[in-house]
Design a protein around this ligand. Structure first.
Ligand SMILES: [Zn+2]
Length: 153
């Protein structure tokens, strides 16, 4: 673990995001990998106490994905971080982002019953704000492109 990782994990938002992703992965893993041995996650973030006493239980495969996700979150160059799904900095490897998409699609809607109702609602509100912002930006760009065309005529 680098000092930079530990430093980034002191950020409240980074810690909260990390806990949510690992918590969702635990929901996914408990449902999809019932037959596997699932142990409290051992990772850089868990060693730093990021998960407190609620250390998510994961199988070895899901644990590896979450160790990867912890690093990506810690080293995210964007501040504020947009939703990964809407971000144009593709910092995830393709198979990792595919795993995360599948995991979120399964666990996201179910997280309401697992104590993640508030992050879930916040996420939905932020997503709506983001979509509106993107629509506004596209609109602005379309309009300024229109103006340049007018000027050229
Ligand atoms: Zn698993």
């Amino acid at each position: 673990m680098t000092g930079r990782f530990a430093e980034r994990m002191r950020d409240k938002k980074v810690r909260a995001d990390t806990r949510i992703v690992a918590g969702l992965a635990a929901i996914y893993c408990a449902a999809k990998h019932k037959d596997r041995e699932r142990l409290p996650l051992e990772s850089d973030a868990s060693r730093l106490g990021v998960y407190g006493r609620r250390v998510p239980k994961l199988c070895e495969e899901c644990a590896a994905h979450i160790r990867y996700a912890e690093k990506r979150r810690a080293y995210c160059p964007r501040d504020p971080k947009p939703f990964c799904a809407h971000c144009d900095t593709h910092c995830y490897k393709r198979d990792e982002s595919e795993w995360q998409r599948q995991m979120m699609t399964y666990a996201g809607p179910r997280s309401m019953w697992h104590g993640y109702a508030i992050p879930g609602i916040k996420h939905a509100l932020e997503a709506r704000k983001w979509k509106r912002e993107m629509a506004r930006r596209a609109d602005r760009e379309a309009r300024s492109a229109g103006n340049t065309n007018d000027a050229a005529r």
